[in-house]
Design a protein around this ligand. Structure first.
Ligand SMILES: *Cc1c(COP(=O)(O)O)cnc(C)c1O
Length: 352
């Protein structure tokens, strides 16, 4: 089965080889306080910074999922206020999770076809956290680096936190433009699930210290203390970190990866532009995600495409939430191969 699911998604071909390598080297049972682990952790963080262009003075953390990152931010960084700009299910879930933990949580939903207008968002003097979902996996839209930078510049008292779960390691993110970034690895990183990466600016780390929240196993104060020794407060996903290290070692620069994905995205837009039955769900091309392509079609066409695709060994992403019956999604992630996209396009040709 070739997976075009936008998470968990197709893993890199080399993963089974790396797993075998890890077993042979005894990595599967190393102690997370050992020098050997600290070396792997340090190296992985160095590679992430280098390959993804993360500023050197940012601090990286390993967590288990993007969902955990939502909670960590709510616990350790939102003192009182958070402001959630979203247009889809993941952004809304982030808002919902934060609301259960914090009291001053506000939402600013916008339309799927609408671009975030930075001028509209100027928040009060009291420092809070502005939460933006960079790539909304549920509906295939994205917020540009430029917009994130402007929201940040217009709100100098606030931190900006960005959910980049389905874009980090796929497109070139401007890490300097925001304070907190996070992604789990089962999307663009092309790795098995169970690990996430969280990236914090020096400003974010100052806030962590000022708030000094120490009530949870994953409080950022503890995480930061342990990261001083390249460790985590809990036993982390050691195999996941090792696989991440190996994938990063072998990956091209993020600019080269992005170039490949944007080219493929353009081909998908052309493909659906020439179809009468199948259309990109989002009319406003300026709002399009490069990494998740949502396709709209009459419900009966969607049903038969999904059924026939499975028979051909092609796994498509289900439409999300209320879009389930009328859409399907195609991941445009780096691990997917050119031949696989061609195979899917040949298949879809009979439905256009
Ligand atoms: C997949 C996804 C999540 C959830 O990731 P988990 O690793 O399952 O917690 C959060 N946000 C976005 C944008 C996603 O695509």
């Amino acid at each position: 089965m070739i997976s075009f699911y936008p998470g968990p998604s197709r893993i890199h071909d080399d993963i089974p080889r790396y797993v075998k390598e890890a077993a042979k080297k005894g990595i599967l049972s190393i102690n997370h306080r050992s020098d050997e682990f600290m070396h792997i952790s340090e190296k992985t963080i160095g590679l992430l910074k280098k390959k993804l262009n993360i500023p050197d003075d940012y601090t990286l953390f390993f967590t288990s999922s993007a969902t955990e990152c939502w909670e960590i931010i709510a616990q350790s960084l939102v003192a009182r206020r958070s402001y959630h700009l979203y247009n889809g299910s993941f952004g809304q879930k982030w808002y919902d999770y934060t609301k259960r933990i914090c009291s001053g949580v506000r939402q600013y939903p916008f339309e799927r076809e609408e671009l975030v207008n930075p001028k509209k968002y100027r928040f009060g003097a009291e420092g809070g956290v502005i939460c933006i979902t960079q790539n909304e996996t549920s509906n295939g839209t994205q917020v540009s680096n430029e917009t994130i930078r402007l929201v940040s510049e217009n709100n100098p008292n606030h931190l900006v936190a960005v959910d980049a779960t389905s874009s980090m390691a796929g497109i070139a993110l401007d890490f300097a433009a925001a304070d907190i970034w996070f992604a789990s690895v089962q999307k663009c990183f092309g790795l098995p699930a169970g690990l996430a990466v969280m990236v914090c600016s020096p400003r974010a780390m100052e806030r962590v210290e000022k708030i000094g929240e120490r009530d949870h196993y994953n409080s950022l104060t503890f995480m930061a203390e342990m990261m001083g020794k390249w460790q985590t407060p809990f036993t982390p996903n050691v195999l996941g970190i090792y696989l991440l290290m190996r994938v990063m070692e072998d990956s091209k620069s993020i600019e080269a990866v992005e170039k490949k994905l944007v080219k493929r995205y353009n081909r998908w837009v052309d493909f659906f532009g020439n179809s009468s039955n199948l259309t990109h769900l989002v009319k406003n091309t300026a709002a399009h995600s490069f990494t998740v392509i949502p396709v709209a079609a009459p419900a009966e066409v969607v049903t038969s495409i999904k059924k026939e695709a499975k028979k051909k060994g092609l796994l498509l992403g289900e439409g999300y939430g209320e879009l389930k019956a009328s859409t399907f999604r195609i991941a445009n992630f780096p691990a997917i191969k050119k031949e696989e996209i061609e195979k899917l396009q040949r298949f879809l040709k009979s439905f256009v």
